[in-house]
Design a protein. Structure first.
Length: 271
């Protein structure tokens, strides 16, 4: 078990963000893992957030059990409700750190983490902790965005500025927003073998998808805690962040608006 390094989860858990995360599915977010799942397997979903992916994974391994852990206890109530509403009984949720999983050595078959390693100050330590709890031959499966691949059209310099501000803040909070390209390096450093790296894109190019994506970022960048942190770090200020939010809405309203980026994915096995 490792002690936790300094880091702050940049987004926090306001309802607008939790609701967006709760729309994610195991089929989309863990497509690279699903073919390897079998009934009876035990999974830990690290940084499970509102648990929609966790609950989805539980269906693939029943009667095996899935444990979702997250350092934020408040989001786990949403996760528990999500599972209960769908009558999924082989999933439970505990507040815990990615650096100290509440499970015994060599006791689970899969450790999964989606959009989590990018927020960690020491992702390799978290992956070593995953290694501790996995049985021999068990799977680690991680997926993270790579902000450096984010591209939009029609071009708006305020959206370039958005990317600069977000990435600067995420790094000062201890994370690495270009995590997608580093997953292979991190999983290798943690000692996993049989590595398979893949990449999938997220594209926002129809009116509803780009409106939701733009609303999410416009809301995020004007949340009180984000504005306060940007000002404290002297990365941006209230008026620039308001302009960035307005730019997101203007971009999404254009009929040809297009936004895409790469998610890195790595599947590995405990040697
Ligand atoms: C971007 S959300 C992803 C949630 C979920 N995996 C999904 O994709 O919908 C990242 C989650 O990781 C959690 N998290 C961040 N740092 C953590 C840590 N050190 N240990 C456990 N959870 C952590 C946050 O609280 C947050 O719920």
């Amino acid at each position: 078990m490792e002690s936790a390094p300094y880091e702050t989860y940049t987004h926090g858990h306001p309802s607008v963000i939790v609701a967006a995360h709760a729309r994610r599915t195991a089929e989309e977010a863990a497509g690279f893992l699903l073919p390897h799942l079998k009934p009876g397997m035990r999974i830990v979903d690290v940084g499970c957030g509102p648990g929609s992916i966790t609950t989805g994974l539980a269906r693939y391994v029943a009667p095996g059990e899935v444990l979702g852990i997250d350092s934020a206890a408040e989001v786990l109530d949403v996760a528990r409700r999500h599972a209960a509403d769908r009558n999924v009984a082989n999933v439970r949720f505990d507040a815990a750190s990615a650096y100290a999983l509440p499970v015994a050595d060599a006791s689970v078959d899969v450790v999964y983490a989606h959009q989590v390693l990018q927020h960690l100050a020491d992702p390799v330590a978290a992956l070593r902790e995953a290694d501790r709890v996995l049985v021999g031959g068990g799977y680690v499966a991680v997926r993270d965005a790579d902000y450096g691949t984010m591209t939009h059209h029609p071009h708006d310099p305020l959206l370039d500025r958005w990317l600069e501000v977000y990435c600067a803040m995420a790094r000062r909070n201890g994370g690495e927003p270009d995590a997608g390209r580093r997953l292979l390096e991190w999983v290798t450093a943690a000692g996993f073998t049989h590595l398979v790296a893949t990449a999938t894109t997220w594209l926002y190019a129809d009116p509803q998808a780009r409106r939701e994506w733009a609303e999410l970022w416009a809301n995020r960048m004007t949340l009180d805690h984000i504005v306060a942190r940007a000002e404290e770090l002297e990365i941006s200020d209230h008026s620039e962040l308001a302009a960035i939010a307005a730019a997101w809405h203007s971009w999404a309203a254009q009929p040809s608006a297009w936004f895409a980026f790469v998610n890195g994915e790595v599947l590995g096995r405990k040697g």
